[in-house]
Structures are given as structure tokens and as C-alpha cells.
Write a protein that binds this ligand. Structure first.
Ligand code: SAM
Length: 259
């Protein structure tokens, strides 16, 4: 029976064989890899991945799609985790995990933040997302796309936009362009924030009101003396600061409270 795409689960199924091949080549699965696919759907990526892997884990929320996958695949080779990827414990699968998927666009930001928690267990992640989201992920300071998503993901990952995918590659076709992004966790020694929660709070505050200056947005964290000690102009807006400057602010505040 034909599956009717469900909007609430962000279902746009890949149908272009050339694009599918290009994505699987970018994932470059090898025999011993531990791979999990988020949202296998009708299997556009799942099947070519299974051609190259002895075993694949998938996380899917749609029960109709799960029933289809169960009918079509040997459970020894396709391990189906039924449920919400936003609640899934990716750490439970093991170490050096490769996470892949054509992600449901309606939950792209929360899923990226959820996956950041497992960065130390992950070797690499390769995703399709809306082009606009990928531009925000890889954005540089001083640009319109640069924001909380850029700083918080760039803290944990090296990221590269690999190529774009037009709406015509999907059924049904989405309204927007998509891009493939690769995310590689940074080594532990590069994660130099003493208090990552505090870093998150500071970055959220700095970008909460984009038009306001740091003097206003970071009032709860820094006074004029702190800005002077850090060598940061309080008249700037949050979008001007680099990741290293945000980490510098967070470490300055963490040190001050621990004194
Ligand atoms: N991988 C397939 C493809 O490329 O054709 C389907 C991609 S479709 C954009 C997104 C998939 O994620 C759908 O199968 C959808 O049911 C599933 N999905 C949506 N929300 C989910 C969630 N919270 N947890 C797990 N899977 C989800």
C-alpha cells in the first residue's frame, strides 16, 4: 500500500537515485562502522546503507513506517528503535557512532541540540537539513546567519557544508532548498569552557535580543570592569563576538564565582 506522507513528522522522502548515491558516498559507510540513521522513512538511504553494512540501527517515530520496515528487513541486520529521536539515548548504542539522516525539518534545531549531548560518543554525523539551517550552523561572526546555533554547535563540532539538494529530489517536494552537512566532534582538549551550562546561558542572552548591545544583553553577567578586563567593547552586538570570546566570557564569570 502507498504510504501517505505525514506533514507532522516532516516527511519528504528522497526519490532521486543520483542524490541518494551522492549522500551515501558522503557517509562512506565501511563494514565495521556502528551507524544509526534517524528517520529511515521508506528506506531511501536505509537500503543502500544496508548494502554496505552488515548491521544498521534506525530510530523512527511513525508506526506505519516501522511496520513496513519490519516486513521488509531481517531484524538481525536492521535494528529498529521505535520512538522519538529527541528522547533517544544515542549513547546506549556504543562508541564511535556515525549518525546519519535526512532529518525531519520541523525538529531540526532541537535534534541538533539533543545530539550535542552525545558528541563524545560520536565519530561523525552527516545530515540533510534545510539549507537555511546549515548556513546558520556554519556561519561566521558578523554575518546575519550567525547566532546561538552557530556558536553552540561550533563549540563542539567542526562542520562543513558538503552540497545542496533541490526540492525536486523529494516526494513530496519541500518548499525550500536542502544541504548536506558533516559534523565532526572536536577533541576533548578543544572544549575549553569550564562551565558549559554557563556558556549556553551567556550565548542565549547575547542573541536573545539581537539589536541590543552586549552592555544590555549581558548585564546579568558582566559589568564595565569585566568588559575592560576581557578587552571586549560593551557597545558591540552579540553577532560580532567569536566563539573564543564567548568562551572567554564564560570562563571569566565561572572564575569570578568560584573565588
Ligand atoms: N530517510 C527518509 C528519506 O530520506 O526518504 C525519510 C526522511 S523524512 C525527511 C524524515 C523521517 O523522520 C520520516 O521517516 C519521519 O517519520 C521521521 N521522523 C519524524 N520525526 C521523528 C522523530 N521525532 N523521531 C524519529 N523519527 C522521526
Amino acid at each position: 500500500m502507498e504510504h501517505r506522507a505525514r506533514k507532522r513528522f516532516g516527511q519528504n522522502f528522497l526519490s532521486d537515485p543520483n542524490i541518494i548515491r551522492k549522500i551515501v558516498d558522503a557517509i562512506a559507510p565501511r563494514g565495521g562502522d556502528l551507524v544509526v540513521e534517524i528517520g529511515p522513512g521508506l528506506g531511501a538511504l536505509t537500503e543502500p546503507l544496508l548494502e554496505r553494512l552488515p548491521r544498521l540501527h534506525v530510530v523512527e517515530i511513525d508506526r506505519d513506517l516501522i511496520a513496513r520496515l519490519r516486513e521488509q528487513h531481517d531484524p538481525e541486520r536492521l535494528v529498529i528503535h521505535e520512538g522519538d529521536a529527541l528522547k533517544f539515548d544515542f549513547g546506549s548504542l556504543g562508541e564511535r557512532l556515525k549518525v546519519v539522516g535526512n532529518l525531519p525539518y520541523n525538529i531540526s534545531t532541537p535534534i541538533l541540540f539533543h545530539l550535542s549531548h552525545f558528541a563524545t560518543r560520536v565519530r561523525e554525523m552527516t545530515f540533510m537539513l534545510q539549507k537555511e539551517v546549515v548556513q546558520r550552523m556554519v556561519a561566521e561572526p558578523g554575518t546575519d546567519d550567525y547566532g546561538r546555533l552557530s556558536v553552540m554547535l561550533q563549540y563542539r563540532f567542526n562542520m562543513a557544508r558538503l552540497f545542496d539538494v533541490p526540492p525536486g529530489a523529494f516526494r513530496p517536494a519541500p518548499k525550500v532548498m536542502s544541504s548536506i552537512v558533516r559534523m565532526s566532534p572536536k577533541p576533548a582538549q578543544a572544549l575549553d569552557a569550564n562551565d558549559e551550562m554557563l556558556l549556553g546561558e551567556i550565548v542565549s542572552a547575547a542573541f536573545g535580543q539581537r539589536r541590543k548591545t552586549l552592555r544590555n544583553t549581558l548585564r546579568a553577567f558582566l559589568d564595565e570592569n569585566d568588559f575592560a578586563a576581557l578587552g571586549i567593547d560593551p557597545g558591540l552586538r552579540g553577532e560580532r563576538l567569536s566563539l573564543a570570546e564567548y568562551v572567554g566570557i564564560a570562563n571569566h564569570c565561572a572564575l569570578r564565582t568560584s573565588k
